[in-house]
Ligand binder design. Structure first.
Ligand code: ADP
Ligand code: MG
Length: 238
């Protein structure tokens, strides 16, 4: 299980404050989407949850434990980025197993985890290929596979589909949602794409300029936006 709680979270880069004390909770099993225009602090917030950025002030807890000072590798998190660099000299299978090998998992266990991941992502027939023998969508699936192979409870996605063409984006959305369900995971997904947010989310956090404008289900945001910004961003006819 995985629950995330964010309290009065502040991020400063030098003198410049970019996240201004935000609060939200992600419940166990939820698919939460952080949405908002470019530069509003989505990636910074996600990176603080992952432990890749320090917290300037406030608290982040995972399963009730304050993690502000817990290093990324001890947070049981998988993070998937937009730029999915695979190791070019390794096969798909080796790419999937690499992180597990680094964690000293025994060989047979690695094999098992790799096969399970490949099944879920439907990339079994690609296991012996090198990254350059894959299409863009296949590469992205392998990158996601690499992040999830150790079966963490919390998935963090930072615009993972924005480099893919429109058709693939739709296909991968379905894959990501399937994955979330198959792993019983909790997911936090960053995007600036409203359609992506509306189709994937259980709930959505709308950010603007480092402040939360509204948190709600797609239906709530669409039918009861709290202001013109949310209405404009989500696309309801106010
Ligand atoms: P988003 O992901 O919503 O597009 P970011 O979280 O990347 O936005 O950035 C939020 C703000 O913080 C932007 O103004 C950005 O320029 C600034 N920022 C992000 N990373 C750094 C950094 N390492 N140093 C200084 N400013 C940064
Ligand atoms: Mg970003």
């Amino acid at each position: 299980m995985a629950e995330v709680s964010v309290r009065k979270l502040i991020k400063r880069f030098g003198q410049f404050e970019v996240v201004h004390g935000i609060d939200f909770d992600v419940t166990d099993g939820e698919f939460m989407v952080l949405v908002g225009p470019s530069g509003c602090g989505k990636s910074t917030t996600l990176r603080m949850i992952a432990g890749l950025e320090t917290v300037s002030d406030g608290e982040i807890s995972i399963n009730g434990e304050l993690v502000n000072d817990v290093p990324p590798r001890d947070r049981d998190i998988a993070m998937v980025f937009q730029d999915y660099a695979l190791y070019p000299h390794m096969s798909v299978k080796q790419n999937l197993g690499f992180g597990l090998k680094m964690r000293d998992m025994p060989r047979a266990k690695i094999e098992e985890a790799v096969q399970r991941t490949a099944d879920i992502l439907q990339i079994r027939e690609l296991l012996d290929r090198k990254p350059k023998q894959l299409s863009g969508g296949q590469r992205q699936r392998v990158a996601i596979g690499r992040a999830i192979a150790r079966e963490p409870q919390l998935f963090l996605f930072d615009e993972p589909l924005s480099n893919l063409d429109a058709k693939l984006r739709v296909e991968m959305r379905t894959q990501i949602k399937r994955l979330h369900i198959a792993f019983n995971a909790t997911s936090i997904y960053v995007t600036h794409d409203q359609t992506e947010a509306m189709t994937l989310a259980d709930r959505i956090v709308v950010l603007r300029g480092g402040v939360i404008e509204q948190v709600g289900t797609p239906d709530q945001l669409y039918n009861h936006p709290v202001n013109r910004f949310v209405a404009g961003f989500i696309g309801s006819p106010t």
